[in-house]
Write a protein that binds this ligand. Structure first.
Ligand SMILES: [Zn+2]
Length: 105
């Protein structure tokens, strides 16, 4: 009786180990096929580059914060590095005297 229970337990352990090995192999195959490891590597690269970019941009942003850009259309104040108005979407990179200049022409 005890021998049979031990035998069943041993078989169960062996089956579990084999299933685990099959799982690991299929996992590796799946990762290779869908290029998951490559994608994760690229995502890490993107994250590192973004962090580097942000670290470089911080002094500039802090400096520009003193001079907020005011939207000529809706008078909304935007940060100086904003390209488009957060309120009306106007292109803030364009020269602000453009509308009056075009009217005078
Ligand atoms: Zn605006």
């Amino acid at each position: 009786m005890d021998n049979i229970a031990g035998n069943v337990l041993g078989t169960l352990v062996v089956v579990l180990v084999i299933l685990f090995i099959i799982f690991l192999i299929l996992r590796e195959l799946f990762c290779w096929y869908w290029k998951i490891n490559e994608s994760v590597g690229l995502l890490h690269e993107i994250r590192d580059l973004l962090a580097k970019n942000q670290a470089l941009a911080v002094p500039q942003g802090g400096q520009a914060r003193a001079g907020m850009k005011r939207c000529p259309d809706c008078n909304e104040s935007n940060t100086a590095d904003t390209r488009f108005c957060t309120n009306c979407g106007r292109d803030l990179s364009a020269p602000q005297t453009l509308p009056s200049a075009s009217i005078s022409m």
